[in-house]
Design a protein around this ligand. Sequence first.
Ligand SMILES: N[C@@H](CCC(=O)N[C@@H](CS)C(=O)NCC(=O)O)C(=O)O
Length: 304
Amino acid sequence: MSSAAQFSLGREGASGRFERQASAFREQPASLEPGRYHLYVSYACPWAHRTIIARELLGLAGVVSMSAVDPIRDDRGWAFTGGEYADPVNGWTYLSEGYAATDPGFAGRVSVPVLWDTHAKRIVNNESADILRILEASAPAGAPDLYPPEAREEIDALNGRIYDTLNNGVYQAGFSEDQAFYEETVTELFATLDFLEDLLGRRRWLAGTPEPTEADWRLFTTLVRFDSVYAIHFKCSVRRIVDLPNLWGYLRELHQRPHVAETVRMDEIKRHYYTTHPSVNPQRKVPVGPALDFTAPHAREGLS
Ligand SMILES: N[C@@H](CCC(=O)N[C@@H](CS)C(=O)NCC(=O)O)C(=O)O
């Protein structure tokens, strides 16, 4: 196993390409019985971050409980190290205990997020895209609609391109051990950022809806990490988000929406990435900065 495979959710293909492992648990309960389910997350992880935001925005904090792992993984993976990183539900030391309880033969990588069923005592789902839909289906009346029927086709198309070239693209670039593949990935990644920069000059939200949808939040968790982590650590360095005025204003506006800033723990994000991938950053030094002011006015009110 190569060092890149050891510290990323995936393995190296024959060509030195990063291949993301498919999620193992994909059950989709029709609705979430209050008090029955628990969400395990890391504030560092962009995939878990989507579910943290959705749970908060959909008003489900009182329905689905949540706890976070320590952002620093050791060689036994995501851990509950006590204090704010405790597991009040199962008392585990490692998240791997939940995977083993669900499937004693589980041999894949132990990832966050995890939706846990406290009655059946097993993982229901460990795929963030599914967990978003599960949360959306259980949203109370009056909650925002993150997947409005009239915009679904557009949202699905945007999600597809953004997943391939950005959400996952940054990892493919960062972990690639092949120069040509890295260059190809970064070229596609910046083509998508340029496409979005243009789109967001005309639209306030990606799918042209009056309010943000899941497509916006799925993009947000990558954008908010971009200049601090991906541009430096993963060498996605052609341009920064602060150099793209529409994307940078859009990112600030999303960050300023109620309840969102509290979900962004930049210190945890940076410590996680810079200290957990020794193949990419052997010194484990965490950069100072960049100084980003997410609270500056975004001036996007005029867009529809
Ligand atoms: N497809 C999964 C991917 C989740 C994922 O890659 N999580 C990373 C953290 S950012 C992880 O837990 N990696 C653990 C590992 O590779 O050992 C999802 O979207 O839920």
